[in-house]
Write a protein that binds this ligand. Structure first.
Ligand code: MRU
Length: 345
């Protein structure tokens, strides 16, 4: 089994997701700046994985602070946090993880023992890693109860072990259902432009021997209309208090198609993805990525030079299209303002 991310004495080890599925390469990131760059460059991606990696980046950065003076020590810590926070704007798990590390930092900072403080941050990052795998398993078991004994499930992007510390959110639900003896068949959208579906979801499910059919994004409507999809399950990068869901670009179109065809549309995400500080999806910042991702596939140009390109990495699905939100603490349904608040309490 592959490892998405790992804390080691040498630094943070990540499987390079840009190289999958053709090469399974692990790389060590030895400074917090290298970890931040790895998140920016999509070596590691997926909301929960970004959060845990950032926590490890902070632990690594603080471990390497040499200042003995508290003012300089704290300034360096805040610089590390700001550098990691500036990597990707949409997935709230990143900011949630940084806040959690800040809490541990200040609890220990007051005591003045910097060696102990460094250990506490390292322990917290490792704990977040294990916790994420555990909660994905719990979420998976809860979500699996929504699936019939035999089902054809459509998913988008990669919300699997590669997008988390392990097991996955949307793919965690699929894995748990299979473990419970359900007979599933998955349609994986290729997920242009970065191809997380074709490269990562197809790879993960094939490795697990879960039957998977790869389709291009524009085929989803056809398969829904012809009665070959029983439900859609996706992950999320940020969920607003009213249940609006930001996820990989193309998710909104799938949700509309699902409603049109009376197919349940499920979102699986840990409570760390809930951002109850914002009332609706309109307030979610949408990352704009490089035009190169659209004009090229790997090194090959597929569009004329100089063409205008738009490349928003995420879209927002209004809550009215979401049948249920599966979390590790329970399954929320509309009205989401109430159900999500109860889960986050
Ligand atoms: O740009 P990415 O690959 O980081 O986007 C990932 C997604 O949109 C996932 O669906 C989301 O983070 C949930 S992952 C459990």
């Amino acid at each position: 089994m592959f490892k998405t991310l790992e804390w080691t004495e040498a630094g943070v080890v990540l499987i390079d997701q840009r190289k999958l599925p053709s090469e399974e390469v692990y790389q060590v990131f030895r400074t917090y700046q290298e970890v931040a760059q790895a998140i920016k460059d999509m070596v590691v991606r997926g909301a929960p994985a970004i959060g845990v990696t950032a926590a490890m980046g902070i632990a690594l950065g603080v471990k390497q602070i040499e200042a003995a003076d508290p003012v300089a020590f704290e300034q360096k810590f805040l610089l590390i946090c700001d550098t990691l926070a500036a990597t990707r704007p949409t997935a709230v798990n990143l900011f949630w993880a940084i806040e959690r590390m800040k809490k541990v930092f200040y609890e220990n900072f007051r005591k003045g023992d910097f060696a102990q403080l460094k250990r506490a941050l390292e322990d917290e990052a490792i704990h977040m890693h294990h916790e994420d795998v555990e909660l994905n398993r719990r979420m998976g078991r809860l979500g699996a109860s929504l699936l019939p004994q035999r089902a054809s499930v459509l998913t988008h992007c990669n919300a699997g072990a590669l997008a988390t510390a392990g097991y996955g959110t949307a793919l965690g639900v699929i894995r748990a259902a299979v473990e419970q003896g359900k007979s599933l068949q998955v349609f994986a959208d290729e997920t242009r432009p970065f191809l997380q579906g074709a490269r990562l979801t197809a790879w993960e499910l094939q490795k697990d021997q879960i039957p998977v059919t790869l389709i291009t994004d524009n085929m989803a409507g056809h398969f829904m209309q012809s009665g070959r999809v029983d439900c859609v399950i996706v992950g999320a990068d940020r969920i607003a208090a009213n249940g609006d869901v930001a996820n990989k670009i193309g998710t909104y179109s799938l949700a509309v198609l699902a409603k049109e065809n009376s197919i349940p549309f499920y979102v699986a995400a840990p409570t760390s993805t809930l951002d109850l500080n914002i009332s609706s999806g309109e307030q979610i910042p949408i990352e704009q990525r490089s035009p190169q991702e659209v004009t090229h596939i790997k090194e090959a140009r597929i569009a004329p030079a100089g063409i205008n390109v738009a490349n928003p990495a995420f879209d927002v699905t209004p809550n009215r299209y979401v049948t249920a939100i599966i979390t590790e603490r329970g399954i929320a349904k509309s009205p989401y303002n109430e159900s999500l608040r109860k889960l986050k309490e």
